[in-house]
Ligand binder design. Structure first.
Ligand SMILES: [Zn+2]
Length: 283
């Protein structure tokens, strides 16, 4: 009995994947908790355009992102203040309260490194058309469903950002959190704290003829100007709290290559994000 058990453990050990295996299309290493290549290489892979049904397409990085990824360093005190000043109330007061708290780190002590942009894919309109003015629609912009355990017992991301530019912090950036399959299903607890997560409000509806939630479309344009502006401010602010420029990426590219990966964010215009980032940090 015992020998058989030992033998089966031995076989299991042999057949288990090596711990250093790289995960997904951007090749995440489960020991270093880092995607493959330089920060610029990583941003290039993680910021590939996310198209319909989760297809990814390479796209050029805005010069400001290339320069931050190449030169390294951290946001200056002036940049951090510019980001704080851009935030609406009541989030601005909350962000100032935590402004000198470090961002999350993993249980092994590795600091946050990735800034992950999501779309909420909610509200879901099934076969109905989107409301005429989603940027000002009450239901689209309500935070209630993200606050009231509709989706999970705890808020699914650090930040929720609606189309008006209002911000609700589900968790402070200090709290190690997870919101991708890479973290929750593949690497597990050791990855927690390496990623900060921003849920950006965008509704969804079925593609014509679709019957499951894997076949949906977002509105065009996908996001409002206020959302790009606040995403840029959140990126500068969370990078300042980490003490280095975080590597930006998308949910769908972080999980690319993992079965049942999500397809968010849809219709994200990297150029618009770059423009708003330039306003805060220069070129
Ligand atoms: Zn997501």
């Amino acid at each position: 009995m015992r020998l058989a058990l030992l033998a089966s453990i031995f076989v299991l050990t042999l057949s288990a994947p090596a711990p250093a295996d790289e995960i997904g299309e951007c090749r995440f290493d489960r020991e270093t908790l880092t995607f493959a290549g330089t920060p610029l290489d990583q941003a290039t892979c993680l910021l590939r355009k996310v198209k319909l049904l989760g297809e990814k397409e390479p796209q050029p990085l805005p010069p400001v992102i290339s320069s931050l990824m190449t030169n390294g360093g951290a946001p200056s005190a002036e940049m951090k203040e510019a980001a704080l000043g851009a935030f609406p109330q009541p989030y601005q007061d909350y962000a100032r309260l935590h402004a000198t708290d470090p961002a999350s780190q993993t249980e092994a002590g590795l600091p946050a490194l990735y800034f992950v942009i999501h779309d909420t894919s909610d509200p879901f309109y099934k076969n109905d058309p989107f409301p005429r003015d989603i940027d000002n629609d009450h239901r689209v912009n309500s935070f209630t469903s993200y606050m009231d355990q509709t989706f999970a017992s705890a808020p699914v991301a650090h930040i929720f950002l609606n189309r008006v530019g209002q911000i609700w912090a589900g968790h402070d950036f200090q709290e190690p959190w997870r919101a991708t399959k890479l973290e929750s299903r593949v690497v597990g607890v050791p990855a927690r704290g390496r990623f900060v997560h921003i849920e950006t409000v965008q509704p969804r509806r079925f593609l014509p003829g679709a019957t499951n939630r894997g076949q949906t479309e977002g509105p065009r344009p996908g996001f409002s100007k206020a959302q790009y502006r606040m995403l840029a401010a959140l990126y500068v602010y969370s990078s300042a709290r980490t003490g280095r420029w975080l590597i930006p990426g998308f949910h769908a590219t972080v999980d690319a290559g993992i079965p049942d990966a999500h397809d968010d964010p849809q219709n994200f215009e990297l150029k618009e994000f770059g423009k708003e980032l330039e306003q805060l940090v220069g070129r």
